[in-house]
Design a protein around this ligand. Structure first.
Ligand code: DGL
Length: 283
């Protein structure tokens, strides 16, 4: 029998971006099994109506629970968090960990001047989710924000550096430079893959913060609090990589971005079988 504690942590993103969070989770909790779904068949989320993204998020989260037996779901996507976190928390039978709250915490902790910035997709920035999350921290900061349409598409195509990325970054990051922020949160899980260019454009005095590490800590704390942490797990956990789009491309680019284990990427289907568990939920 597979007990609840031995079930995998489920996570999802619109595509490759959530791999930045997967990296942090694997580093922090090496003994945990993991299932990652990249919804590359329906990416990008950032330019779609939030209602559509909410539908995708619910479908993916329920698939992680029903088809893969996930004991917790990490929404490794800011846009999906902005669109549907409350619904997911309200309906899923497992804990749900998001990236926005941890990212906001990391941002206000890192700043020295109190002038902070966040960049994200059109969906995330226009939702106001970061304005609310930063306000909830209670930190006395001034927040500037900018949407960066086009960044995600570069990453999904495998273009993470070069002139085209730099030209776009120069234009989109201009308001943040004008706002004289000393700390910039990468409020889209794809953006850490563009960190070199973003850092070059923002200059050496601006600290870039990603929500990946903070989210991994949040996941550990939630699981530990519920007695769901596989603390005595021997060796390295099993990781499953699943894509709703072109599986060969997910293998190829995923292997480049995260490592060779993505070579084993599987195709996602909503009613896919649960190979990690036997369907029994126990203590
Ligand atoms: N990685 C997702 C996020 O953090 C967005 C990607 C997309 O636009 O599809 O918001």
């Amino acid at each position: 029998m597979v007990t609840t504690v031995d079930r995998p942590i489920g996570m999802f993103d619109s595509g490759f971006g959530g791999l930045t969070v997967a990296r942090a989770l694997i580093d922090l909790l090496p003994g945990e099994d993991l299932v990652y779904i990249g919804d590359t068949g329906r990416y990008p989320y950032g330019s779609k109506p939030l209602a559509d993204v909410r539908t995708y998020a619910r479908e993916l989260a329920w698939s992680l629970v029903d088809d893969f037996g996930a004991k917790a779901v990490v929404v490794a996507c800011n846009t999906a968090t902005a669109a549907g976190l409350d619904e997911l928390r309200g309906e899923l039978p497992v804990p749900v960990i998001d990236v926005i709250e941890p990212g906001a915490r990391a941002l206000v902790t890192a700043t020295r001047s109190g002038r902070v910035g966040v960049i994200g997709t059109v969906g995330t920035i226009s939702s106001g989710a970061y304005v609310h999350a930063v306000a909830r921290t209670g930190a006395p900061v001034h927040l500037a924000s900018a949407a960066c349409p086009g960044f995600v598409e570069f990453v999904e195509r495998g273009t993470t550096t070069g002139d085209e990325v730099t030209v776009l970054a120069e234009r989109l990051l201009d308001p943040l430079r004008d706002a004289a922020v000393d700390t910039l949160l990468l409020g889209c899980t794809h953006y850490p893959f563009l960190a070199r260019t973003i850092s070059d454009v923002m200059g050496p005095d601006v600290t870039l913060v990603s929500s990946a590490d903070e989210t991994a800590f949040a996941a550990r704390d939630v699981l530990a609090g519920l007695g769901l942490l596989r603390s005595d797990a021997p060796g390295v956990g099993r990781h499953r990589w699943v894509s709703s789009g072109d599986v060969d491309w997910f293998r190829l680019l995923g292997s480049r971005l995260l490592g060779p284990e993505l070579d084993r990427t599987e195709a996602w289907s909503r009613s896919g079988g649960c190979a990690l568990g036997d369907g029994t939920v126990g203590g």
